[in-house]
Ligand binder design. Sequence first.
Ligand SMILES: Cc1cc2nc3c(=O)[nH]c(=O)nc-3n(C[C@H](O)[C@H](O)[C@H](O)COP(=O)(O)OP(=O)(O)OC[C@H]3O[C@@H](n4cnc5c(N)ncnc54)[C@H](O)[C@@H]3O)c2cc1C
Ligand SMILES: NC(=O)c1ccc[n+]([C@@H]2O[C@H](COP(=O)([O-])OP(=O)(O)OC[C@H]3O[C@@H](n4cnc5c(N)ncnc54)[C@H](O)[C@@H]3O)[C@@H](O)[C@H]2O)c1
Length: 445
Amino acid sequence: MKVVVVGTNHAGISAANTILESGQDVEVTLLDRNSNLSYLGCGTALWVGRQIDSYEGLFYTNAADFEAKGAKISLETEVKDIDFENKVVYAETKSGEKLEESYDKLVLATGSLPIAPKLPGNDLEGLHFLKLFQEGQQVDKALAAEDANIVCVIGAGYIGVEIAEAAARRGKEVHLFDAEEHSLMNYYDVDFAEIMDKNLTDNGIHTHFGELAEAYLGENGKVTGLKTTKGEYKADVIINAIGFRPNAAFGEGHLEKFVNGAYLVDRTFKTSDDSVYAVGDCATNYSNAANATTYIALASNAVRSGIVAATNILGTHLEGAGVQGSNGIAIFDKKLVSTGFSVRAAEKNGLKVKYTDIEDTQLPGFMPADHNADVKLRIVYEEESRRIVGAQMASDYDMSMGIHMFSLAIQEQLTVDKLALLDIFFLPHFNKPYNYITVAALNAE
Ligand SMILES: Cc1cc2nc3c(=O)[nH]c(=O)nc-3n(C[C@H](O)[C@H](O)[C@H](O)COP(=O)(O)OP(=O)(O)OC[C@H]3O[C@@H](n4cnc5c(N)ncnc54)[C@H](O)[C@@H]3O)c2cc1C
Ligand SMILES: NC(=O)c1ccc[n+]([C@@H]2O[C@H](COP(=O)([O-])OP(=O)(O)OC[C@H]3O[C@@H](n4cnc5c(N)ncnc54)[C@H](O)[C@@H]3O)[C@@H](O)[C@H]2O)c1
């Protein structure tokens, strides 16, 4: 069997590794238009903000690793077309050489692209996106310029908030804009988003919410400012971070697509063509909170989808467990994590939900105060069935492992009542005898 993988970042890598490490006799060919693979974008803000010394550790594999496993890999090679009837992939190398690769099974792992705001002035120098390693390098270089003092970030989602922190850590005056009234509204309800909003302003970032960018302003071909619905701001560097869209251009009229254009896949990550799988950010996922198909762009999902698709290609039927969109962020040491739906997201998805909130300390009062942080928790559950559909947590304490339990609860469709009497251990070093998870669940109406 011959498998061709298009796109060798997290999803493509995990599919290829699953096949190559299976011991089965499969010929694997990997194609990617980029010059590198396996870059962990999650680390961009860390090295741009100088919280880690270098970007080198953000790559976890390379082309030689795949060659050593017996795969054929061509980087700087862009797939231009796919003949799904005859099962042939057409690609072109950087030097213009044309390649043809036939396949028995094809894995599309072409990922996502940042959404580009269609604004006047979008050809000015000094405008940035933050997806590829190379784009991180460009932002890093732009911030290092002597005359780069004011940075405007459009989009206060995960990328925007993280890069705003990084730019502030580099001593820049940072302005952060979002169309919504708060930061991180794709992940949290207002009560939690406000914690991040305050954290950002407390750390010197100027936040501008409910404000839409209207034009990039410039002089002599270089950006000098940003015009929004509420005013004009000076800017030496502008970073766009208003979300991703799936990069799923192949198979128009042949492969079924989701409402946002992503490849529509089943629980095995197979597309509407039996020989073609699609994994990672270019494909859909199954949401256990909505009990429906969804689109969530995360590296964690990408890795798991690659494993599931490859296992099926190898002949073992395996269905993905579905996703909750579990996520987390840590900005100036303030940690927010969430899984499933916020109340707002649940209502947008047509669910009738209730929630139970609690604010408590992590540890008993007799423990030293400097080790004992406040924790805020919200559990969101469906009114009628009482199944848990979401959870949000915020603290200075690293409570992140707690959210995984809520992720499992949503996956397994557990009710909030099941959680109330769950056996949760107690030790003063870690938690309280009446810990906040138990108490929040007991208090659920
Ligand atoms: C700054 C930043 C921070 C992030 N932080 C996190 C985080 O903390 N946690 C998290 O879970 N996720 C995070 N993400 C999201 C995560 O990076 C993506 O979900 C993940 O990269 C998706 O992996 P993928 O392999 O599906 O797609 P991609 O990473 O988009 O890779 C797709 C690959 O396909 C190649 N390709 C595309 N078209 C072609 C073609 N025609 N021919 C050949 N090759 C092609 C591309 O060159 C690329 O290498 C972050 C993203 C960014 C940008
Ligand atoms: N910590 C993490 O897990 C992490 C970190 C970075 C990125 N990611 C993932 O990468 C993907 C892309 O991240 P992202 O930050 O670009 O997307 P995002 O969805 O997190 O945030 C986009 C933000 O842009 C805002 N927005 C949209 N259109 C706008 C407009 N015209 N003007 C102003 N604001 C506008 C939205 O309200 C939203 O807050 C997401 O799936 C994200 O979850 C995850």
